[in-house]
Design a protein around this ligand. Sequence first.
Ligand code: NAP
Ligand code: MG
Length: 480
Amino acid sequence: MSFLEYAPAPESKAILNLRDSYGLFIDGEFVDGGGKSFHTISPADESPIAEIAGASDEDVDRAVAAARRAHDKVWSKMSGRDRGKYLFRIARLVQERARELAVAESLDNGKPIKESRDVDVPLVASWFFYYAGWADKLDYAGLGANPRSLGVAAQIIPWNFPLLMLAWKIAPALAAGNTVVLKPAETTPLTALIFAEILQQADLPAGVVNIITGAGSTGATLVRHPDVDKVAFTGSTGVGRDIAKAIAGTDKKVTLELGGKAANIVFDDAPIDQAVEGIVNGIFFNQGHVCCAGSRLLVQESIHDDVIDRLKQRLSTLRLGDPLDKNTDIGAINSAAQLARIRELTAVGEAEGAERWTADCAIPEKGFWFAPTIFTGVEASHRIARDEVFGPVLSVLTFRTPAEAIAKANNTPYGLSAGIWSDKGSRILAVADKLRAGVVWANTFNRFDPSSPFGGYKESGYGREGGRHGLTAYLKGASA
Ligand code: NAP
Ligand code: MG
């Protein structure tokens, strides 16, 4: 062991109480699926974790029917105060079972345990606490004269923050009196199924939340179901477009949270060491599988070399490996398919003439891994400056003036988030005002709070999640 090496500090899996196979969670119970079952695996070593049921079209029907019954007969009739009690109960159970949920998330998704333990799961609890507080205030909070639930919400979530995206979807829907059919991503269904157990523990009335597992086609069937009133989707822009087309002409309400290609802008008066930490957090957090990742670094030309030198030094200290090791900074890539996409796009980056630098770290033999990589000399026209890589890959561009920084930052089909690093408050406000991005962070990056709305411009989607805005997306006759 060399100087500054750490001994392994793996979090124990003993806390998990996993079943060998999981059914669909419909009407308060786990039931067999009529579709093709599949295995969810650990991306860190490709070992199977559990067999997961696949939902057939009839199962989708049953889940929507259960949600409809629960909505019409129970949940929408219950007082907001009582709905709030259930949400508080769920939040507390998430806290009680936090360690178990964090271990399961890291196992199934590949993200470092320190992130699932310190970011994902605490935010899940805070989302339920926050919306629990709203449930009994809908009539008194300026949301409109008579805000009422929409009905049955079909919710489809991606694999990058499985449990957190579930919380973003379920908490506001339930607070507003809707019932839910949720489909987690195929590669990360585990924490949604443990969450179903939590709902049983909380005695949530049957049918209020239904969780159906399956492939993309299950999601496609769900969003098209005629008895669904609201569609909430987080995922890729391509699938978002498909969903928007499928429900055009119906009276379904929709929110789409799609991809991003955020600019992280560093001015020459920024505190450089803090900015370097922010750049690392912006793009290497969760292996860069973050829709709002700061994947385009725009650095002022005069400090470019200094920033890049310090960034390379910092990246050389990141530890890649076992997601369950508490020392790990960079975990596994979530799937073979995602790894292939990252490899393809980085090969294109090299072919287009950008200069590639990859941190020197040992890659485990099994599993899906990609070492932190940066590209310098990137042009705005390069694919690595335009396409979402959704991996630990940073593209670096330069600028000379604030106007050039703004023009380059906005030169993207996306508009989900952005970051600004500067010592001058006036500059931060002036630049933030001109950025076409739903969230702009100043001297920080990737911070989330349930009271703060989140969502995109342009191809990053429409609608907002979080805060009052997130609540109005689940209410009839409400305005934010
Ligand atoms: P994806 O392929 O769009 O999948 C997202 C979800 O949709 C999964 O549950 C998927 O099921 C399901 N799905 C696939 N095809 C479908 C169809 N035709 N109809 C209905 N549902 C379908 O995206 P992903 O690769 O999992 O996630 C990465 C993308 O999500 C990135 O582009 C990222 O930026 C975006 N994202 C956005 C946000 C945000 O808040 N804006 C947050 C996180 C991620 P299967 O898993 O079974 O295929
Ligand atoms: Mg998995």
